[in-house]
Write a protein that binds this ligand. Structure first.
Ligand code: NDP
Length: 252
């Protein structure tokens, strides 16, 4: 019992979209919690830094090039993970994109790109992983837009609200298989995806005003929450979406 329950020793994880940003930070955090970690992005080269950090934590790793929009890539990524690490116990569905646009200007291509990456990709990764898992944990990267409406983010918000619904449905369906399915809703974290917002000082000031803790998130804020939900410490927790947002959702 105790702190051992938070250890990921003996567990095999797959983190999608781990070439940078939150996915990279979570892949390294899982390795530091003693999991072996497979990482994906659209190119293998982009994963070199992440693999190096996992190696530095003395854990096994494999870099896999896979586009989550392609169902065959999802299945191949899981199969390569199982072949390289001997199985799969944890899936972190992190790969995601955002592109804001007034809703009157959203075209079919933009809608499909965002929803196929953030929602369809997450579903088929989860399906492929669940077929291979003998129990385990799936963690989906939701968002404040899973809970609140944000102007010019309709496709993204639709995908992330859908991802929350998917989290709950799979949690209910796969509990009998011993698979827990949870989500994180990060608040505002500075990454390549959000750089377009952070570049605007007015945006920063208006967002900070909505964060009771009066600061943006840093990767360590997410790591502990992710390790908890992927670990046996969360053995009776499934179907939740945990905000990691400095109190934003509680106050808006
Ligand atoms: P980044 O843009 O920094 O990273 C996105 C990652 O997803 C990259 O590794 C990218 O890899 C990968 N990716 C994108 N498209 C695909 C694809 N089609 N197939 C496979 N991989 C893909 O974003 P963040 O780190 O900010 O975001 C990570 C997740 O967290 C996303 O799901 C996002 O919605 C969510 N989130 C982020 C928040 C934030 O404040 N940053 C807030 C709330 C949620 P590559 O381009 O190398 O293929």
């Amino acid at each position: 019992m105790g702190l051992n329950r938070f250890s990921l020793s003996g567990k095999r994880a797959l983190v999608t979209g781990a070439s940078r940003g939150i996915g990279q930070a979570l892949a390294i955090a899982l390795a530091e919690a003693d999991a072996d970690v497979a990482v994906t992005a659209r190119s293998k080269e982009a994963l070199a830094g992440t693999v190096k950090a996992i190696d530095a934590a003395s854990r096994n790793s494999i870099a896999i090039a896979a586009d989550v929009r392609a169902v065959d890539d999802c299945r191949r990524a899981v199969a390569q993970t199982v072949a390289a690490l001997g199985g799969i116990d944890i899936l972190v569905n992190n790969a995601g994109i955002e592109q804001v646009s007034p809703s009157l200007d959203v075209d079919e291509a933009l809608w499909d790109k965002i929803v196929d990456t953030n929602l369809k990709g997450a579903f088929f990764m989860a399906q492929a992983a669940a077929r291979a898992m003998k129990g385990g944990a799936i963690l989906n990267l939701c968002s404040l837009t899973s809970e609140r409406g944000i102007p010019t983010a309709a496709p993204y918000g639709s995908s992330k609200t859908g991802l929350l619904g998917m989290t709950r449905a799979l949690a209910a369906e796969w509990a009998k298989r011993g698979i827990r399915v949870n989500a994180l809703a990060p608040g505002y974290f500075r990454t390549e995806m959000t750089e377009m917002f952070y570049a605007d000082a007015n945006w920063q000031a208006s967002m900070l005003a909505k964060i009771p803790m009066d600061r943006f998130g840093v990767m360590d804020d997410l790591a502990g929450a992710a390790i908890f939900l992927c670990s046996d410490a969360a053995s009776y927790v499934t179907g939740i979406c945990l905000p990691v947002d400095g109190g934003t959702l509680a106050s808006i």
